[in-house]
Structure formats: structure tokens, C-alpha cells
Ligand binder design. Structure first.
Ligand SMILES: Nc1ncnc2c1ncn2[C@@H]1O[C@H](COP(=O)(O)OP(=O)(O)OP(=O)(O)O)[C@@H](O)[C@H]1O
Ligand SMILES: O=C(O)C1=C[C@@H](O)[C@@H](O)[C@H](O)C1
Ligand SMILES: [Mg+2]
Length: 166
């Protein structure tokens, strides 16, 4: 199962729980990139630029999809690559979403976010206007993470993918 969605929506939190519930392993392409390149994503953006990061990301996603049968979280911008969207066709992809107010609450507290460094609200709106159709286009299901605990989000995912044991 593959989780997509914007920064801070809960892919890691929900992904870990979902994997535990399914008795599967969790993997995260952002973490794969950090492990492979030996530096944080914010430094890759600064030192090598976003196009280089996107190339590393395409490769990390391709590899993870080929190697990993469990729950996989993709970086927030991974769906920008047409090659990646094509690989996701016919896979059980879930788009986790939240609104602007919740997004501002959740990001900003966390690790540095190169894409939201200046004017996070406006940047968020712009990113989501561009990306919402791409997330929705690859997703088999859309699940809101607002007003739900991470455990409830997992319940909803299992429900909509009809994987829930009754
Ligand atoms: N359902 C939820 N309700 C409220 N807060 C949540 C929920 N899910 C996650 N959070 C909180 O939101 C923040 C971001 O969550 P998380 O790191 O899982 O998101 P992410 O999508 O993996 O983000 P990243 O872009 O950093 O990979 C964390 O502080 C987490 O505790
Ligand atoms: O939304 C994005 O473009 C990004 C999201 C993060 O997961 C990281 O992959 C990186 O910070 C870029
Ligand atoms: Mg994460």
C-alpha cells in the first residue's frame, strides 16, 4: 500500500501504524534518499538544487516500489514526476489530505521544509493547487486526516480499501 500527500499530513505516523496493523514493514522514500546521500533533504536542496533532488527521488521511488511489498510513504512532491505517476497506476495508493489551517498547524513545528521556508500559507496554497489533481489522479482512495486520530485514519484507510476484518 502506498501513501501520498503533502508535507506533514501524517504519512509517516499513519504509515507506521498501518504497517503494524497489517503486520508489514514501513518504508519512506524521503528516508531512503537521506540514507543514500548521507545528508538531510534540506541540505540536498541547498547544495545540489531541487532538480537533482527530484532525480534522486524518482530513483528512490522506482527502487522502493520494486523492492518493498509493505506500506510505502512517498515524499510530498514525488507525484510531480510523470514517470512516478505511471508506476503508481493500478497500485493501492491512498491520498492523505488536510486543509490549509491544519497544514499550517502541523508543519512549521517539525523539520526544516525548504519549499515552505518563506510565506508558508501562500506557498502551501500554491503547491496544493498544482498538486491536488496529481495526488487525486494516482489515488484509489482519498482519506482526510483532520478531526481523526492517526488510528482512526488507519481504520478509514482499511475500510475504504476494503481490507478491514469484521
Ligand atoms: N491524524 C492526525 N491528527 C493530528 N496530528 C497528526 C495526525 N497525523 C499526524 N499528525 C501530526 O502531524 C505532524 C506530521 O506528521 P508526519 O510526520 O507523520 O507527516 P508526514 O506526512 O510524514 O510529513 P513529512 O512531510 O515530514 O514526511 C506530526 O507532528 C504528527 O504527530
Ligand atoms: O512537497 C515536497 O515537494 C517535498 C516534501 C517532502 O516530503 C520532501 O520530499 C521534500 O522536502 C520535498
Ligand atoms: Mg514523513
Amino acid at each position: 500500500m502506498i501513501l501520498v500527500g503533502p508535507m506533514g499530513v501524517g504519512k509517516s505516523t499513519v504509515g507506521e501504524l498501518l504497517a503494524a496493523r497489517l503486520g508489514a514493514a514501513f518504508r519512506d522514500t524521503d528516508k531512503d534518499i537521506v540514507d543514500t546521500s548521507g545528508k538531510p533533504i534540506s541540505e540536498i536542496f541547498i547544495d545540489e538544487g531541487e532538480p537533482h533532488f527530484r532525480a534522486l527521488e524518482r530513483e528512490a521511488v522506482r527502487r522502493a516500489l520494486a523492492e518493498h511489498p509493505g506500506v510505502l510513504a512517498l515524499g510530498g512532491g514525488a507525484i510531480l514526476a510523470e514517470e512516478t505517476r505511471e508506476l503508481l497506476r493500478c497500485l493501492p495508493v491512498v491520498f492523505l489530505e488536510m486543509g490549509l489551517t491544519e497544514a499550517v498547524k502541523r508543519v512549521g513545528l517539525d523539520a526544516p521544509r525548504p519549499l515552505l521556508a518563506v510565506n508558508p500559507r501562500q506557498q502551501w496554497r500554491k503547491l496544493m493547487d498544482e498538486r491536488r489533481p496529481l495526488y487525486a489522479g494516482v489515488a484509489r482512495a482519498v482519506v482526510s486526516t483532520e478531526h481523526r486520530t492517526p488510528d482512526e485514519v488507519v481504520d478509514e484507510i482499511l475500510e475504504v480499501l476494503e481490507l478491514k476484518q469484521s
